[in-house]
Write a protein that binds this ligand. Structure first.
Ligand code: SF4
Length: 321
């Protein structure tokens, strides 16, 4: 969840906060609103900032029975499904089939992609639009070849520019503007900062929205024990993440399965969401004790976010270490 989304959340919005006795009381949703599925473990890019290349999970491709179980468990719940995790979604050639399965018979379901655009051929673009995709986000970190190529290693700049624009033309001319949200986004870093205005001018008329965003740091990518931020977390409030092997984790940055809370092959998705394992981790986070969770003990996310409106009145609960 982005900070601006968290700012809209209220304690009394009908969601179900945890009774934890912790220092903060974060507005936990009664069920996940967003589910990510690692349908394949591979990516066509080798970006320096991303630990995706470290993944050696088995199976490399999520079996059909697994992704169908996740979808079947959550039909009618108003879920936005993101059929990717740390991988590039269109490495998986089953995507149109997966989108159709999610959308068929569930008018509450939405499907969202975040792609680097390189593998999005014309046929795939048409198949996805016809299958009912709802949100397409293109990550293109730079306008010129000179700024783009050093950031997205292994990805062909010409293909990305050509295929992204072609998708957006099909979207525009095919009458999908009202049905499908499209976004082109760039991480703002010193190397491409001088292109921000030109980037907005170039992509703005072609898509629904342009997003210029900040670079984030994955946990366990150089942070030391003393760098941990002793604050709650916005990521665990309404999202759930599944690996190719059916394991579920609390965080999309959990590349190495450090915070597994269940497995969909032996539990239902709602049971995993409400599980003791999940609640234990959330309670610790609500007390700002990231240091007691292996995954979170090297995470500095949301360091600058003001959590004061979620503070519980009265003295903070202390936990012996
Ligand atoms: S690693 Fe932990 S603290 Fe950091 S974003 Fe993920 S769940 Fe939140």
């Amino acid at each position: 969840m982005r900070p601006e989304q968290a700012n809209q959340m209220k304690q009394d919005s009908g969601e179900a906060p945890l009774a934890s006795g912790a220092r903060w009381k974060m507005p936990l949703a009664k069920q996940p609103h967003f589910i990510q599925l690692e349908t394949v473990t591979k990516c066509n890019a080798r970006c320096e900032f991303c630990p995706q290349h470290e993944i050696v999970r088995d199976p490399a491709k999520m079996p059909e029975a697994t992704w169908k179980k996740i979808v079947d468990d959550t039909r009618g719940m108003g879920i936005t499904y993101r059929p990717f995790l740390t991988n590039e979604p269109f490495v998986d050639n089953r995507m149109p089939q997966i989108v159709r399965y999610i959308k068929e018979g569930d008018s509450t379901a939405r499907v969202e992609f975040n792609t680097n655009g390189e593998l999005l051929t014309e046929k795939l673009a048409i198949d996805l639009l016809e299958a009912g995709v709802d949100i397409m986000r293109f990550s293109i970190d730079g306008l010129s070849r000179q700024t783009y190529e050093p950031s997205r290693r292994g990805v062909d700049y010409d293909k990305v520019m050509k295929r992204t624009q072609h998708f957006l033309r099909l979207w525009d001319e095919g009458g999908f503007r009202d049905r499908v949200f499209t976004e082109v986004r760039m991480i703002d870093v010193p190397e491409n900062h001088h292109e921000v205005d030109a980037y907005r001018d170039f992509w703005g008329p072609k898509c629904s929205e342009v997003l210029i965003t900040e670079l984030y740091q994955w946990p366990w990518t150089g942070q030391k024990r003393e760098d941990v931020v002793m604050k709650p977390c916005l990521k665990v409030l309404d999202e759930l993440f599944f690996y190719s092997n059916g394991n579920a984790t609390i965080c999309c940055w959990d590349v190495h399965e450090r915070a597994v809370i269940g497995n969909v092959l032996v539990q239902s998705v709602p049971d995993i969401w409400a599980s003791h394992a999940a609640n234990c981790l959330r309670n610790l986070l609500d007390d700002g004790r990231r240091d007691l969770i292996h995954l979170c003990s090297r995470c500095n996310a949301y360091a600058g976010y003001d959590f004061s409106r979620f503070e519980v009145e009265g003295p903070a609960t202390s936990i012996e270490t």
